[in-house]
Ligand binder design. Structure first.
Ligand SMILES: Cc1cc2nc3c(=O)[nH]c(=O)nc-3n(C[C@H](O)[C@H](O)[C@H](O)COP(=O)(O)OP(=O)(O)OC[C@H]3O[C@@H](n4cnc5c(N)ncnc54)[C@H](O)[C@@H]3O)c2cc1C
Ligand code: FES
Length: 348
């Protein structure tokens, strides 16, 4: 058993054999950042100040291109082979909220866009309502033990309602079933809250939000949180999609402009389906409008390619890495593990 020390706070926890640093921190009630839990998104990247670790599960793909001199470590995959000292962002705001499993009933199902379904879930009879921070996600637990992660599109509600926006992925087992067969009144089992994509309120800097597709769900929850607080922080909300029809809540987002110093920027990638809206890639629109990001906080959520581009280009535009918060909508951890195992096989 090895001990991990967090350099900044001095907090310590022990790691069982074969356990990752992230799993051990969660067991100890310490929240370190993560999103995909599969080694590909880079949310959990930290600095290894002292000690050594191995990667017996998935290869640490998100460290590709990182110089060894940066001593970077991926907490969701790293298994210590000695005591460690690491420098990682601690997300203490999520630590007080217990994660638990519960049954929920589908209270509403409606078509939001050609391939997006909106769901409202309610705790089943006798289940206490779930608590979470805006921006967090939950896992839907499938009968065979697999999990499918989905962001919660609202803050916690007194009614217990949990809102989700589910995109139907081609060939996807769960999202096809949601699209074709799930009915109002059906029961799902979920676990949550999960994730560390949550509002940071320690500064008055202007904020840029960037969403791609259903990445709008957690961004909506976080923006609504800031609006409810009555924030005076300038906010720019960019939402990218292929066609106008995919911006399924754009009128609601336009309405936010009345409530705060907020500007909403819809961006369409397919020029033939733009219907007069701005055309291009959403991360390029952010950079065209804000070539210097050194004075901003940035929250982004959506498809891995958009997140990857944002990570590289926004840091290049002066954004400090510790002010970039994101959830990458990767496939579920079991699917990624299979894909990566296949790749590792090819490399060997
Ligand atoms: C933190 C987080 C939050 C998310 N939030 C949302 C959200 O709010 N809304 C949303 O719409 N999505 C969200 N996602 C993405 C969502 O979880 C996935 O779209 C979902 O898990 C797909 O499940 P599925 O069972 O339908 O697809 P799967 O059956 O898992 O398959 C997905 C795709 O991968 C392919 N595939 C499966 N196995 C393999 C393999 N071994 N090799 C190669 N390809 C394979 C399939 O053919 C299919 O095309 C989120 C993801 C994360 C990580
Ligand atoms: S790389 Fe570790 S959470 Fe995504």
């Amino acid at each position: 058993m090895f001990t991990v020390t967090l350099n900044q706070s001095g907090r310590q926890f022990t790691v069982d054999p074969d356990e990752t640093v992230l799993e051990a921190a969660q067991r100890a009630g310490i929240a370190l950042p993560y999103s995909c839990r599969a080694g590909v998104c880079g949310s959990c990247k930290a600095t290894l100040v002292q000690g050594q670790c191995s990667y017996p599960r998935n290869p640490p793909l998100a460290l590709a291109g990182t110089s060894p001199r940066q001593h970077a470590v991926l907490l969701c995959q790293a298994v210590p082979t000695s005591d460690l000292v690491i420098e990682a962002r601690e997300v203490t705001s999520v630590e007080d909220i217990a994660r638990r499993q519960l049954n929920v009933i589908v209270a509403e199902k409606r078509v939001l866009a050609p391939d997006v379904v909106g769901l409202v879930l309610q705790p089943a009879d006798g289940e206490p309502r779930l608590n979470w921070l805006p921006g967090q996600y939950l896992d839907v637990l499938l009968d065979d033990g697999r999990r499918r992660p989905f962001s919660i599109a609202s803050g916690p509600q007194a009614s217990g309602a949990i809102e989700m926006h589910v995109r139907h992925v081609a060939g996807g087992g769960f999202t096809s079933w949601v699209n074709d067969s799930l009915k109002v009144g059906d029961t799902l089992r979920i676990e949550g809250p999960l994730g560390t994509f949550v509002p940071r309120e320690d500064a008055e800097r202007p904020i840029i939000f960037m969403a791609g597709g259903t990445g709008f769900a957690p961004v909506k929850a976080i923006v609504e949180h800031f609006l409810d607080l009555g924030t005076q922080r300038p906010m720019d909300v960019y939402w990218g999609a292929r066609s106008v029809a995919d911006l399924y809540l754009k009128e609601m987002a336009r309405g936010w402009e009345m409530r705060a110093p907020l500007r909403f920027h819809p961006v369409i990638s397919d020029a033939e389906q733009a219907d007069g809206l701005r055309v291009g890639l959403v991360h390029e629109a952010v950079l065209d409008d804000h070539p210097d990001l050194s004075g901003h906080d940035v929250y982004m959520s959506g498809p891995p390619a958009m997140i990857d581009a944002g990570r590289k280009l926004f840091l290049g535009a002066g954004l400090p890495e510790d002010r970039l918060y994101y959830d990458s909508f990767e496939y579920a951890p079991d699917v990624l593990a299979q894909i990566l195992a296949g790749r590792a096989g090819v490399i060997e």
